[in-house]
Design a protein around this ligand. Structure first.
Ligand SMILES: Nc1ccc(F)c(C(=O)c2c[nH]c3ncc(Cl)cc23)c1F
Ligand SMILES: [Fe+3]
Length: 292
C-alpha cells in the first residue's frame, strides 16, 4: 500500500528574542529556551552574533554533538587534542563530543560572526564514543534549486540530493531559501520531531487553510505527519532551516555542557573533567591560545 501523505500542521510558534550568552555573545535561543525546553533529540539551537573580544572561551562537552553552521563571518575553534581551524561563511562543523571535548570557539578577524549552533543529543549507546569531527566547506555542502526554491542539504535528503554527513542520531538539517511565490513540499519522516527556525523574511507553513505565518526569528514546532508544505506568498525572499530528528526516548539529565541519562553519570562527568580522566586526559594542562 502506498504510504499515506500526512501534511504536518504547525502546533506551536515561539518568538526568539536576543539574550546574552557565553562571554558577551548575543544569541536568539530557539530550542533550549524556557518556552522550548527540548525537542528530543535536540537540546539547543542558538542563532549567535558575536564580535571580538566576545565568544565562547575554553569549555567542555560530553554526551552529545554540536553542529556549527556559519551564516556570515568566521569562527576559529581549537580543542585540547590540537584539532583546530576556521569555520568560514557557509561552512559546517559537525562535532561529536562523545566522551569528552574541551575547546574554545571564538570569532575570527574583526567582522561579526553570525551562525547557528545546534546541539543533538546522543543515544546512551553513543554518549561515550571517541570524539569525531565532520567538517564541510560551503562549496562541498550539496545544494539544488527548483522552481524558486534553493536548498543546502546539511544533513539528510531533499529533492533527491543527499548530504555526506553521518548522523549517529538520525537527523535532517536543511537550509531553504524560497523566492516569493514559490512553494515547497518536503518529506519529514513519520515519527521524527521537527521544527523550522526562520532566519529572514516570512512564509506560510502547513497545509492549505491550516497554514500558519512564520515570521523571522520565530521557531515553528511541527505536528505529526510525514510531509511539510510551505508557501512563500510574502513580497520577498524567505530563508529558514528545517531541522528534524528521530527521538531517542531516553531520560535526559543535563548539567551545562554535560548531557547524560542519569544523575550519577553527570557527577562522573564533572569528576572526570576535574581529574582529567576517561576522555578528559588532555584537560589537565591545556589552555587555548585565545586565553593566553
Ligand atoms: N555550557 C555552555 C554554556 C553556555 C554557552 F554559551 C555554551 C556554548 O558554547 C554555546 C552556546 N551557544 C553557542 N553558540 C555558538 C557557539 Cl560557537 C557556542 C555556543 C556552552 F557550551
Ligand atoms: Fe562548544
Amino acid at each position: 500500500v502506498k504510504d499515506k501523505t500526512m501534511s504536518r500542521v504547525i502546533e506551536k510558534i515561539v518568538e526568539n528574542r536576543e539574550q546574552d550568552e557565553g562571554m558577551g555573545a548575543r544569541v536568539r535561543r530557539s530550542i533550549g529556551g524556557s518556552q522550548l525546553r527540548n525537542l528530543d533529540p535536540f537540546l539547543l539551537l542558538d542563532e549567535f552574533k558575536v564580535k571580538k573580544p566576545a565568544g565562547f572561551p575554553d569549555h567542555p562537552h560530553r554526551g552529545f554533538e554540536t553542529v556549527t553552521y556559519m551564516i556570515s563571518g568566521s569562527f576559529r575553534h581549537e580543542d585540547f587534542c590540537g584539532h583546530k581551524g576556521v569555520i568560514n561563511s557557509g561552512d559546517l562543523q559537525w562535532m561529536t563530543a562523545g566522551r569528552g571535548i574541551l575547546h574554545c570557539e571564538m570569532p575570527e578577524g574583526e567582522e561579526l560572526g553570525h551562525g547557528l549552533q545546534l546541539w543533538v543529543n546522543l543515544a546512551k549507546k553513543d554518549k561515550m564514543v571517541k570524539p569525531a569531527y565532520q567538517e564541510l566547506l560551503d562549496k562541498d555542502i550539496p545544494r539544488t534549486t527548483s522552481d524558486g526554491v534553493t536548498v543546502k542539504i546539511i544533513a539528510g535528503e531533499s529533492f533527491g540530493v543527499k548530504s555526506p554527513v553521518y548522523t549517529r542520531t538520525p537527523t535532517m538539517y536543511l537550509d531553504f531559501t524560497m523566492e516569493k511565490g514559490s512553494t515547497l513540499t518536503q518529506v519529514v519522516p513519520d515519527g521524527w520531531n521537527g521544527f523550522v527556525y526562520v532566519l529572514s523574511g516570512s512564509a506560510m507553513f502547513g497545509p492549505g487553510d491550516k497554514a500558519k505565518l512564520g515570521p523571522a526569528h520565530h521557531t515553528l514546532v511541527l505536528g505529526p505527519g510525514n510531509t511539510l508544505e510551505v508557501k512563500n506568498n510574502s513580497d520577498g525572499v524567505c530563508r529558514f532551516v528545517l531541522i528534524a530528528g528521530k527521538p531517542n526516548n531516553e531520560p535526559i539529565v543535563q548539567y551545562g555542557p554535560f548531557v547524560m541519562n542519569e544523575q550519577h553519570e553527570i557527577q562522573e562527568a564533572i569528576n572526570d573533567y576535574r581529574s582529567a580522566r576517561n576522555g578528559f586526559e588532555n584537560a589537565s594542562k591545556w589552555q587555548s591560545s585565545a586565553v593566553k
